[in-house]
Design a protein around this ligand. Sequence first.
Ligand code: AMP
Length: 215
Amino acid sequence: MVSHLYTDKYPTLTLMGSPGCGKGTQSKYMQERLGFLHISTGDLIRSAIEREEKEALEFKDLMKEGKLVPDAFIHRLLNKHLDKIRQKDAQPHGLILDGYPRNTQQAQQMKHLVDENNLSFLGMIYIYVPDDVVFERMLNRTDDNGNQRSDDQEQTIRERIRIFHEKTFPLIDFYRKEYQVAQIDGLGSPEDVFNRITPVVQEWHIPSTQKAESA
Ligand code: AMP
């Protein structure tokens, strides 16, 4: 378990990569093994749709088509979720944002989200998997109940990959200018990938003053 060296700020990092690169699985591992709390904007939307929230239902079709839902909606969902986390007794060691930010506007807005929620942003982990591999993975994946996601259909998968290249991939350069970015090879077993991510998280999680003291 990574030790929590911050008193009131949640160390926060974002996991990014094309759909099907393994962000969800790696976030789960990081939650279970490193004490980070996994926040997936895709899951937040799917839960809001399940609860039949009016605004979420309006964007159900967009999601089904593999398009991004509006930024303002994403920020309302995230802020509400972060409020809830603060009210809970069990405090996480940090937060992993999975699937956010997805475009430049969200990356700009994230700076406010970080300030307003008293987070400490560590950087971005980019999991790289070639398009043909993620395409096959998504076509063949099912959830724990053996169900396929409604947006894991061939045409939608192509659109999600296209949107990733057009809107999300350019964020790597955006982040490189101001934060730390680590590119991780996403091929191999989930364990292999986790073993590549862990040293990065451990390195980033320790504030530089602590590093200097322990050197
Ligand atoms: P995911 O579960 O991350 O693969 O996301 C599934 C779908 O939810 C995406 O294809 C988008 O339609 C929507 N979505 C998830 N996160 C975002 C986001 N940050 N901005 C806009 N749309 C999102």
